[in-house]
Design a protein around this ligand. Sequence first.
Ligand SMILES: NC(=O)C1=CN([C@@H]2O[C@H](COP(=O)(O)OP(=O)(O)OC[C@H]3O[C@@H](n4cnc5c(N)ncnc54)[C@H](OP(=O)(O)O)[C@@H]3O)[C@@H](O)[C@H]2O)[C@H](O)CC1
Ligand SMILES: [K+]
Length: 498
Amino acid sequence: MDNPLYSVAQIRAIEQAAQAQLPPGTLMQRAGEAASTYALEVLGGLPNGRILVLAGPGNNGGDALEVAANLANFGANVDVVHLAGAAPSPETQHAFARAQASRARFIDGVEAGDGACLVVDGLFGIGLSRPLDGRARELVERVGTMTCPVLALDVPSGLDADTGAIIGPDGVAVRATHTITFLGNKPGLYTGDGCDHAGRVHVNRLGTASMHGEHARARLNRPALFAGLLAPRMRNSHKGTFGDVAVLGGARGMAGAGILAARAALYAGAGRVFVAAVDTAPAYDPPQPEIMFRDAAGFAFEGRTVVAGPGLGDSAGATHLLGKVIDGTGPLLVDADALNLCAASPDLATRLAAHEGPTVLTPHPLEAARLLGVTAAIVQADRLEHARELAQRTDAVVVLKGAGSIVARPDGEVALNATGNPGLATGGTGDVLAGLIGTLLSQGWPAWEAALAAVWLHGAAADRLVAGGVGPIGLTAGELPRAIRAELNALVSDAEQT
Ligand SMILES: NC(=O)C1=CN([C@@H]2O[C@H](COP(=O)(O)OP(=O)(O)OC[C@H]3O[C@@H](n4cnc5c(N)ncnc54)[C@H](OP(=O)(O)O)[C@@H]3O)[C@@H](O)[C@H]2O)[C@H](O)CC1
Ligand SMILES: [K+]
């Protein structure tokens, strides 16, 4: 499968299958070789400085000891802090013996202001079962004060490879600049805290690619997943060819949200864009007079794609109109206030789950929590599973926003999005995403592909802006639509050439 991401249980199954076919210790030896080579790549060759290797009690520590032995044998200056375990595996014992026989120096701890040129983090991998404490915690906190590159083996220690959450309560995790991950790629490296802790991720399957019998139910989002729908425009086309998007929003005091969604729809190429306003509609949007404003009460939603929620408010009128579009049959995007209204009304939630057309929900963690009847902290503790659960409950494609947005399908498939940056953490960017998804739905895209393409483009647009000196600090939502236009046209042109 494309860009698979494996759960820890699946990695364990792959590990077992591989171990059954290979001589004992082969995997750890391969992990050690791959990581030592990668460490030298990160350093740009054999360094003059000292490499600090942190080795934990389990097999992650075994990998680290292999790395220490290899790097020392290459001629590097290596210090090892080893938190020995009570019952190391035979392969870890072997790695320990190798490291001891090498020129690596075993030391007791790390001094403040340690001047290492690289830290190799092999404290814990997928076997971490509780928050770090004692010496391990102290080491992780000390590494957090160091400015050199940090290479995590398999997973940054302290991070849950399945969820991307730091294992807590009150947990800490290594903040790596690079992670070399073994046997298969892991979702926790791409969402939640994983986005800040994994750094650049390099996958090494340790020669087990043919043993990956497990079907991954998660993948990394990338254009190949939706490129088939990126068609160049036919010359013989007109505005009716490219979809009608109607934004249901525009409550008093929140008109901007609807306008941002509408501008995004326009720049993403919708044929006609309306704001159906629940309160008095502005006459027009001066910078964007192409957008048509209507009174939502009398608006004909049928036959149009509805983007419900940006600036909708929670009035009785808004609730009534939301019910009306939910009972319609067209493509539907549900965001913001519309999600909260559904969370507050079991009747609306039931009708939403029964909506006939393609449906996409775009909650942030708090909105998702309200829909699921839990707290935002609970959602964040396992973003993948909560996105899956919400998709299944609502029978819709769900985009759980936040660092490493997750797109989930009712059948349990999920994709993690790696484009984007903290510039998006500002008001209005969600409205832009909603308008973009609405446009793709209005052009006949299936819900899954529309959501995948939109989160990818939205993040790529923010990355484009930052690369051009716009943000991340101070990037505004209103700057996104033009950058989305540029990204979308570039993708279509790439798809045309391949
Ligand atoms: N098996 C192989 O040949 C390969 C393994 N790979 C690497 O191995 C790790 C997974 O190894 P595993 O030993 O299962 O787990 P860890 O090393 O991550 O950690 C387990 C040990 O840590 C103890 N533990 C767990 N949490 C804590 C904590 N908070 N504080 C202190 N100690 C902790 C745990 O002890 P228990 O008391 O919980 O039993 C274990 O001693 C994997 O990530 C790879 O790096 C490679 O894939 C190569 C082949
Ligand atoms: K680690």
